[in-house]
Every structure is written in structure tokens, then in C-alpha cells.
Design a binder for this molecule. Structure first.
Ligand SMILES: [Ca+2]
Length: 229
């Protein structure tokens, strides 16, 4: 092969490597509800679950071995966040705190060697349970729930060696969510108060963690009066 030909092969090889690297490090982080939707309905005084999900080939053995992230929310509407590590972060240790109003910091890191890495498939990194303020106005109050990536201490990912890869061409896509206040009778948290909520009520009537007469009253009070009905 001529020198020119070898040069071309080398350039092509490098291009493939670069493209391969770019694809391998692409990861999407999204804030969603249990159904994967970015409109997250919550009712006054009730718990509301928010999930940070990860997706992408960047979450493989060459990818993330640790993550810190910050979720920003309106603390007049959402209170008392409780964090548990999700299936994707299984085997990791989790720590969290609220350094400022409406700012939840979470760190998920390896407990001990051998260092595990996040699994490659889509899954839940963390589950956050908020208590919706009793004062929110159904169908009116709404506020953003966002991942703050404005500074390394607010968002970062690191590899097996504990080295930050956030600034090393790591392609991160963030999808944020919106909290929407619904009626307490919207037991399925979908913006409607209808027969499906009645079905939900009857299916879990007086079951452990289920519903009781107060929920029936909530449902009666807002019957067919949902935010999207
Ligand atoms: Ca409903």
C-alpha cells in the first residue's frame, strides 16, 4: 500500500474511533412520572413520585460509575423530598440533602471495590417522593422540576477511576418535567376525575396503603371536575 493509501486508512480509522466514542458517551437523563411522562400531576397534601431516568450506551462498563445531580423545584408547592436509589443504581450508595430551598442534591457512588457501573439499558437512577403542599390550587398551580447542570457540584458523572467525565466530550441530554396540581379525587394522577378513579378506589378499598372514606369524599367532591375533563 502506498504512503498515501496508508494515510487514508489511518484517517478513516480515526474517524470511526471518534464517531464510536461520541455514540458510546451519549446519555439521556429525564425527569418523569411512573408512566414516563413529563407532566407530573400531584394532589394537595398527597405524595407525588418523580423519577430520574437514564438511558444510553454511555451507561455501560466504560461509562458512569458515579453521579451527582441537583433537582430544582418550587418549594412552596413541593416539600420534603425523600430519595431512594433506582434499579439502574442497584448496588450503589446514595446520599442526599437540601442545601437551599427548592434544591435537592443527590450523590450516587460505589459502596466499595470492585467498582460497579450503571447498567446499559434504560432504567431509574433515583426515585424522589415529594409531599405536595396542602395549599396548592388544583388545575391552576404549576411549576418546573428541572435538572440543574449549571455547575460541576450540581451535576457530574465520573468513571470507574473516580475521574470526572462530565467535561470530556460526554454528551448529556436533559429532559425536564412540570408539576401540575390536580384534585385530591384524581387518584390516578392523570388530570381527570372519572370512572377510572372510582375503579382505582374500589380496587384498593381498605387495602394496606389503599383508600378509605376520606378518599371517597375527595372523589365525590371533585367528581367529573378534573383539570382535563
Ligand atoms: Ca384520574
Amino acid at each position: 500500500m502506498s504512503v498515501k493509501g496508508k494515510g487514508l486508512v489511518l484517517v478513516c480509522g480515526l474517524l470511526v474511533l471518534m464517531l464510536g466514542t461520541a455514540v458510546a458517551q451519549d446519555t439521556t437523563f429525564k425527569v418523569v412520572n411512573a408512566l414516563g411522562q413529563d407532566a407530573i400531576w400531584g394532589a394537595p397534601g398527597k405524595e407525588m413520585k418523580v423519577y430520574l431516568k437514564g438511558n444510553g450506551s454511555g451507561l455501560d462498563e466504560n461509562g458512569i460509575a458515579g453521579i451527582n445531580f441537583t433537582i430544582k423545584y418550587d418549594s412552596t408547592m413541593l416539600t420534603n423530598p425523600v430519595v431512594t436509589a433506582g434499579d439502574l443504581a442497584s448496588g450503589f450508595t446514595k446520599a442526599d440533602n437540601v442545601p437551599a430551598d427548592g434544591e435537592l442534591r443527590v450523590v450516587i457512588y460505589p459502596a466499595a471495590p470492585p467498582i460497579p457501573t450503571f447498567k446499559a439499558e434504560e432504567g431509574t437512577i433515583a426515585e424522589i417522593t415529594f409531599t405536595v403542599a396542602a395549599t396548592v390550587t388544583p388545575c391552576t398551580d404549576t411549576s418546573p422540576i428541572t435538572v440543574d447542570v449549571s455547575a460541576p457540584e450540581k451535576f457530574g458523572v465520573s468513571n470507574k477511576l473516580g475521574v470526572s467525565i462530565t467535561d470530556q466530550g460526554y454528551d448529556t441530554n436533559i429532559q425536564n418535567a412540570t408539576f401540575k396540581a390536580t384534585h385530591r379525587g384524581d387518584l390516578t394522577f392523570d388530570g381527570h376525575v372519572n370512572a377510572f378513579d372510582f375503579l382505582e378506589l374500589s380496587n384498593k378499598w381498605k387495602a394496606p396503603g389503599g383508600y378509605n372514606a376520606l378518599d371517597f369524599l375527595d372523589l365525590s367532591n371533585s367528581w367529573k371536575n378534573g383539570c382535563l375533563d
